[in-house]
Design a protein around this ligand. Structure first.
Ligand code: GLA
Ligand code: ZN
Length: 676
C-alpha cells in the first residue's frame, strides 16, 4: 500500500483558504497558528470549483499554487480534494442534466451541495476534466500527500432519464430476463408483474424487491461515479493514496463495498457530547463508528473531520467541556485512527456554516479555550507518534450489514415502529466496549469470519446469498455464533424463508422460530435464566420483540415468563460441529447483554487488557512493531482509578513509568506503552 505519512499521526483541518483571499493578514496568521497548534496537514480545495474554474474552461490555479507552496513552506502536507461535492452555477445552467431530478420529473434548482446526478455524462466529463488538470498540475508538488475525492457522497436519489436507463440496465445485468425479476420481486402480489424493463419505475413502495434493488443500484452508481472521477488521479498519480470521507453509516451507501476501492478509509465524526444522554453512552456509540471505519479495511483509518467545539446543524449542540476535546480526539486514535482532523480550521464569515465550530473562531484564537484544546491535542499526538500504523486484534466481531439495514427499513412488520437495527448492533457492541474486549465490525458477505472466535449477528433479518452457508461453516469450524430475534427472516431478494427461521440454519441453532410477538411495556415480558451456566439465574426485561420458537435440539438456558410465550425458549445454545450457535429470542437491555456476553467471555477466555474495567472507563489497545499501546479513557465527569493488574507501563506523553493504579481525571485520558 502507498504510504503518504511515515510514522506520524496527522493533525489538521479542512482549510478554506480561498474564502479569505481578500484578507492577507488573516492568511499569514493562519500559518502561524497552525504551527502553534502542532498541525501537520490540511484538507484543501473541497468546495473550490467556482474558484478554480470561474467560467467554463477558464481556470484559476494561482491561489491553490500559492496555498500548496505555503503549506509546504510551513512543513504541512495537503490532502487535496476534487471539487465535485458542489457545482459552480455556470455548470448547472449549461448542463442542467447535472442536477438531480425528483420523481415528479422536475430538476432540483442549482444550489446547496452533494446533489449532482451521478449518471449525467456532462457532469462526469466536467469532473474528469478538472480532476485531470489538478492531477497534472500538482503531481510532483511536495505538499500533495493524498487525494480527498469529492466530499461525503450520499445516496440521494435521482429519477432523471439517464439514471432510470442505468437502473434498468443494472437490473437486466442482474436478472437476465424480466421473468426472473418478476419471481425475485414476487410481483404477482397486487398485480405488479412487469412485462418489459421500461415499465419499471422506482417509486412503488409496495414492491420491496424493487425498492431494495433501487437502493442497491444507487449505492453502486455512487461508487461508479467515484471510480470515474478517480480514474485520472489513479492514472496520473499512481503513488498518491486516494480516500473519500465517509459519514455516519446510514446514508444509503454500502461502505463495505466502497471501502475496497479506497486506499485508506476515513470518516467524519460528530457525536453530540453532553447532549445525547450521558457521555458514556455517547462514548460507546462513537467507539462503534470508529471501529466500523477501522474494520472497513482492517487497518488504521483517518478521522477526517470532527469539531473542535460544537456544530450548527444538529438542532442542539454544546461546546465540549474541559477535557472532552482531548478525550474524544484520542478515542479515535485508540480505536485505530492515525489522525485527528477538524471541520474547520477557520470559521466561515458567511453562509450556512458560519456558526459551526472551528479551530479559529470569529473572535480569534487569542484567549480561546477551543484553540488551546486543539493545541493540546497537537502536542499529545506528537508525543504518542509511535502509535502510528499500529493495529488492533479483535477476537470478536459484530455484523453490521447495509443491505440488511435497507431491507429492514422497508419491512412492514407487526412491530414496525421499534426496529432500530443500528441501535441494536450498538447495544451488543457496547457490552464488549464496557468489558474492554476489542471488537471489530463485519459484513455478512465481504468479511472473513475465520479471524474471529465469537460472531454476533444482531437482527440479521436478511441472509444474502451464501450467508447461511458462511455462518454454518463458521460454527462448524469452532466459532461461537450469537443471533437474535428477527434473524434470517428473508433471503437476498427479500423473500421470506419457508419452514421457520433463521432461514436455512434451524438445524445449526437447534430451533425454528415460527412467529414474533410484539412485546409492549404493559406485557412485562421477561427472560428468566435457569441453567447452571448462569449461576443464580436472574430475570431481565424484554421489549419490542419476542420470538415464538420450537426447540429442535437446542439447550434452553432461559425461558420467557409471560403469556403464550411463557416457558418458551428465550435463550438457547446448540452445539454444532466444533462450535455453538446461541439464539437470543427477545430484545433485552444492557443488563442482560452484560451478563450474557460476560459469561461467554469467561468461557472463551477472550483476551482483554483488564479483568474488570471501572464503569464509565474504556480501555483499548493498539499493537505494532512488538509494542503494546494501551489507552485508558474516562467518559465520566468524576475521577476514576484503574487497577493495572500488575502490568508495568510507561506513559507515552510524560515518559513516566506507571504501575499499580492509574488515575484518570474527569474526562481524563492516558496513553501508555506496556513493558517499558
Ligand atoms: C460535513 C462536511 C463538512 C461540513 C461538516 C459540518 O462533515 O463534510 O463540509 O459541512 O459536515 O459538520
Ligand atoms: Zn440522474
Amino acid at each position: 500500500m502507498k504510504k503518504a505519512f511515515e510514522n506520524r499521526l496527522l493533525h489538521g483541518a479542512d482549510y478554506n483558504y480561498e474564502q479569505w483571499l481578500d484578507y492577507p493578514e488573516i492568511l499569514d496568521e493562519d500559518f502561524e497558528l497552525m504551527k502553534k497548534a502542532s498541525c501537520n496537514v490540511m484538507s484543501v480545495g473541497i468546495f473550490s470549483w467556482s474558484m478554480l474554474e470561474p467560467a467554463e474552461g477558464e481556470y484559476r490555479f494561482d491561489w491553490l499554487d500559492r496555498l500548496l507552496d505555503r503549506l509546504h513552506g510551513n512543513g504541512l502536507r495537503a490532502i487535496l480534494a476534487t471539487p465535485s461535492g458542489s457545482k459552480p452555477a455556470w455548470l448547472s445552467r449549461k448542463y442542467p442534466d447535472a442536477c438531480r431530478m425528483g420523481p415528479d420529473g422536475r430538476r432540483e434548482p442549482h444550489g446547496g451541495r452533494h446533489n449532482h446526478c451521478r449518471t449525467s455524462a456532462s457532469y462526469r466529463e466536467a469532473c474528469v476534466r478538472i480532476n485531470t488538470l489538478l492531477a497534472e498540475r500538482y503531481k510532483d508538488h511536495p505538499a500533495l500527500a493524498m487525494w480527498h475525492v469529492s466530499n461525503e457522497y450520499n445516496a440521494g436519489r435521482c429519477h432523471c432519464p439517464d439514471c432510470l436507463a442505468a437502473f434498468r440496465a443494472w437490473l437486466e445485468r442482474k436478472y437476465g430476463t424480466i421473468e426472473n425479476l418478476n419471481k425475485a420481486w414476487w410481483t404477482t402480489f397486487w398485480s405488479h408483474r412487469y412485462s418489459s424493463w421500461e415499465e419499471i419505475e422506482p417509486v412503488d413502495n409496495s414492491v420491496h424487491g424493487l425498492m431494495l434493488d433501487w437502493a442497491r443500484f444507487t449505492s453502486d452508481q455512487t461508487l461508479d461515479f467515484f471510480l470515474a472521477e478517480s480514474e485520472p488521479l489513479r492514472r496520473i498519480t499512481p503513488a498518491v493514496p486516494i480516500t473519500t470521507n465517509f459519514m455516519m453509516p446510514d446514508v444509503g451507501l454500502d461502505y463495505w463495498k466502497f471501502a475496497r476501492h479506497v486506499d485508506v478509509a476515513c470518516w467524519d465524526s460528530y457525536p453530540r457530547w453532553h447532549v445525547d444522554g450521558n457521555d458514556e453512552t455517547v462514548g460507546a456509540r462513537t467507539a462503534f463508528f470508529h471501529d466500523l471505519n477501522r474494520s472497513f479495511k482492517g487497518k488504521p483509518f483517518l478521522l477526517m473531520e470532527s469539531t473542535p467545539s460544537g456544530t450548527n446543524w444538529q438542532g442542539l449542540s454544546k461546546p465540549k467541556k474541559p477535557g472532552m476535546h482531548l478525550l474524544s480526539s484520542i478515542q479515535a486514535i485508540a480505536h485505530g485512527s492515525d489522525s485527528v482532523q477538524y471541520f474547520q480550521w477557520r470559521q466561515s464569515r458567511g453562509g450556512e456554516e458560519k456558526f459551526h465550530g472551528a479551530v479559529v473562531g470569529h473572535a480569534g484564537a487569542e484567549s480561546s479555550r477551543v484553540f488551546r484544546d486543539v493545541a493540546e491535542v497537537g502536542g499529545f499526538l506528537e508525543a504518542i507518534a509511535p502509535v502510528a500504523g499500529s493495529s488492533t486484534r479483535a477476537e470478536v466481531a459484530v455484523i453490521y450489514d447495509f443491505h440488511n439495514s435497507w431491507a429492514l427499513d422497508l419491512a412492514q412488520l407487526p412491530n414496525t415502529v421499534s426496529k432500530r437495527y443500528q441501535e441494536t448492533c450498538i447495544a451488543h457492541y457496547s457490552a464488549f466496549w464496557r468489558m474492554g474486549v476489542a471488537c471489530d465490525l463485519a459484513d455478512s458477505v465481504e468479511s472473513d469470519f475465520s479471524r474471529y472466535r465469537l460472531l454476533a449477528v444482531p437482527m440479521l433479518y436478511m441472509f444474502r446469498e451464501g450467508v447461511a452457508e458462511r455462518l454454518r461453516a463458521f460454527v462448524n469450524a469452532g466459532g461461537i455464533l450469537v443471533a437474535t430475534y428477527l434473524t434470517g427472516v428473508v433471503d437476498g431478494s427479500d423473500l421470506c424463508a419457508l419452514g421457520g427461521t433463521p432461514g436455512g440454519l434451524t438445524d445449526v441453532f437447534g430451533l425454528a422460530v415460527t412467529a414474533t410477538d410484539t412485546a409492549l411495556p404493559a406485557d412485562r415480558q421477561e427472560i428468566r435464566l435457569s441453567s447452571a451456566d448462569f449461576p443464580g439465574g436472574g430475570s431481565y426485561a424484554v421489549a419490542d420483540y419476542a420470538d415464538l420458537a420450537d426447540p429442535r435440539g437446542a439447550t434452553v438456558h432461559a425461558a420467557f415468563t409471560v403469556g403464550e410465550l411463557s416457558g418458551g425458549p428465550a435463550l438457547t445454545e446448540m452445539r454444532y460441529g466444533k462450535g455453538a450457535a446461541w439464539y437470543v429470542a427477545g430484545r433485552t437491555g444492557a443488563d442482560f447483554l452484560d451478563r450474557f456476553y460476560g459469561t461467554l467471555r469467561e468461557r472463551l477466555s477472550l483476551s482483554a487488557p483488564l479483568a474488570t474495567v471501572p464503569p464509565g472507563v474504556s480501555v483499548r489497545e493498539r499493537i505494532g512493531d512488538g509494542k503494546r499501546f494501551a489507552f485508558f479513557m474516562n467518559f465520566r465527569e468524576t475521577a476514576a482509578a484503574v487497577d493495572l493488574a500488575g502490568v508495568a507501563y510507561r506513559d507515552l506523553a510524560t515518559g513516566e513509568p506507571v504501575t499499580g493504579a492509574l488515575s484518570l481525571g474527569p474526562f481524563g485520558v492516558r496513553a501508555l506503552v506496556a513493558g517499558e
